[in-house]
Ligand binder design. Structure first.
Ligand code: NAD
Length: 340
């Protein structure tokens, strides 16, 4: 099958080519994202392969249909950037990679906790300038601390297992409880109870109408003074302007985020030669107890390899008419219609 692959980075191409060993599918790689301006690049292909940053609106879908595109395949779990209804109306199938490596994201959340706690990002810069002082580098033991997990799906469960290994007390909030976690000693609480007793909170729920701005001034007001908040889920689960206020009041003690509400204009881009227009992220970066990574939690060899393998399998299943659990059915859009 001929597939136009958009928004590709050099590191992905190697993995996609390896997964397509034998050249079963004809892959055309584009750096460009898929939008109304780049639509002509799809001519002569049967499928497009995109990322969350490619905004696949109704207009784009109508034009894809006119170019005889039959499949939109996402190299991500999320699909909130695709107008699923419009695709269904045009008889274009949408597929995705629902799971690749929960451990990759869970381990990144833990790395944010450790770096913020033990201030390794400060020590790295300091030592390079021959400053070997310990001033302001004091951390705290994780063992014995209470860690609150919001969302105990695949990633939340992997994260909980790691924190239990550190000797933490792990508590959780989810609309659906996991028996597996309960057997491991994790206690489920209400959201408010979790806020009140956690020393560290890590967010692992999806972005939905219910979770958008779940962490707002009300939630920050309920949290322990000086607690740590980690978000590797979706940026808009935190109301960023309220987080800034909580940091200014020292109510929030530490913030580690791999996702950000306005990330589509920033992340995955080298803006080092530009003037960044996003005042909110600039304010966040000015706090020395805030650590931001550019949506890299998924970015391990194992996860990128798995994404490539599933992506190529999706092309093959589609071509052979094999029903796939990776197909996004229209009902699922109710879950994730909000952009991150
Ligand atoms: P999952 O579907 O396995 O688990 C999500 C959990 O959240 C489920 O247990 C669900 O019941 C729970 N949930 C849903 N609504 C909730 C609510 N209102 N309150 C509390 N809990 C709720 O998903 P997953 O694979 O564990 O992924 C979790 C999230 O991580 C994804 O939605 C995505 O946003 C994010 N993610 C981030 C990266 C990254 O690189 N930073 C990569 C992959 C996924």
């Amino acid at each position: 099958m001929k597939v136009a692959i958009f928004s590709t980075k050099y590191y992905e191409r190697e993995y996609l080519n390896n997964a397509n060993a034998g050249g079963k599918h004809q892959l055309t790689f584009y750096d460009a994202s898929l939008n109304e301006d780049s639509i002509n690049l799809t001519i002569g292909h049967e499928a497009v392969c995109v990322l969350l940053s490619d905004k696949i609106s109704k207009t784009v879908i109508d034009k894809l249909s006119a170019n005889n595109i039959k499949l939109i395949d996402l190299r991500s779990a999320g699909f909130d950037n695709v107008d699923i209804e419009a695709a269904a109306k045009r008889n274009i199938k949408v597929m995705r990679v629902p799971a690749y490596s929960p451990q990759a994201i869970a381990e990144h959340a833990v790395s944010l906790i450790l770096a913020l706690d033990r201030k390794t990002y400060k020590a790295y810069n300091r030592v390079r300038e021959n400053n070997f002082s310990l001033n302001n580098l004091m951390g705290f033991n994780l063992s014995g601390k209470t860690v609150g997990v919001v969302g105990t799906g695949k990633i939340g469960r992997a994260f909980s297992a790691i924190m239990l290994g550190f000797g933490c007390k792990v508590i959780a909030y989810d609309i659906k409880e996991s028996d597996l976690l309960k057997e491991k000693g994790v206690e489920y609480k209400t959201f408010e109870e979790l806020l009140q007793v956690s020393d560290i909170i890590s967010i692992h729920c999806p972005l939905t109408a219910d979770t958008r701005h779940l962490f707002n001034s009300f939630a920050f007001g309920k949290m322990k003074v000086g607690a740590m908040l980690i978000n590797t889920s979706r940026g808009a689960v935190i109301q960023t302007s309220h987080a800034v206020e909580a940091l200014k009041r020292a109510q929030l003690g530490y913030l580690g985020i791999d996702v950000y509400e306005g990330e589509e204009n920033l992340f995955f881009k080298d803006l080092s030669g530009s003037i960044v227009q996003d005042d909110l992220i600039e304010r966040l970066m000015s706090f020395n107890n805030v650590l931001i990574t550019p949506h890299q939690a998924f970015f391990t060899k194992e996860a990128v390899e798995q994404i490539a393998l599933t992506t190529i399998k999706n092309f093959t299943d589609f071509e052979n008419g094999i029903p796939s659990v990776n197909e996004v059915k229209i009902e699922k859009t109710k879950l994730l219609q909000l952009s991150s």
